[in-house]
Ligand binder design. Structure first.
Ligand SMILES: [Zn+2]
Length: 161
């Protein structure tokens, strides 16, 4: 396992549609493990393959709740409902935060590292993180959805509340 370098904006790979995974092998397992190490190293709650320079439909999310790490391979959003507006950030945009409106509930289907399909439903911050990462796989960056940018100082105040 190893920590990869994060691709910073601007970089064309961050704005491309990623290609589906077709082979579920040891290389994929290694990649998922590396993505986990990288996400933890840089203190993120999610990471998508293009953020480490790979044009593949693979993303992980871990908001340190009871769900642990959610590994999404070829994920698809099958249902959304509600609406939430909250500050969001991205490892590819260090120091940039902004309010983003997203559904408050999401249901996805995806494959796990063994190639087994599964469905998963989430709400609140976990739904936000999942939708942010799936956006990455379509080359959609959170900055295209920001309604208001937030200064770091303001974010610290919000954190303390
Ligand atoms: Zn991101």
């Amino acid at each position: 396992m190893s920590v990869k370098q994060i691709v910073m904006y601007p970089n064309t790979i961050l704005e491309e549609k990623c290609t589906p995974v077709t082979v579920f092998d040891k290389k994929l397992v290694r990649l998922l493990n590396d993505m986990y190490d990288t996400m933890i190293e840089f203190d993120g709650v999610g990471l998508a393959a293009p953020q480490i320079g790979l044009n593949k439909r693979i993303a992980i999310v871990d908001i340190e709740d009871e769900h642990g790490t959610i590994e999404m391979i070829n994920p698809e959003v099958i249902e959304t409902s509600g609406e939430q507006t909250d500050p969001e950030g991205c490892l590819s945009f260090p120091g940039i935060y902004g309010d983003v409106t997203r559904p408050s509930f999401v249901k996805i289907k995806a494959f796990n590292r063994k190639g087994k399909p599964y469905e998963f439903a989430a709400e609140g911050f976990l739904a936000r993180a999942i939708l942010h990462e799936i956006d990455h796989l379509d080359g959609i960056l959170f900055t295209t959805k920001v309604s208001r940018y937030i200064e770091a100082e303001e974010l610290e105040r919000l954190d303390e509340e």
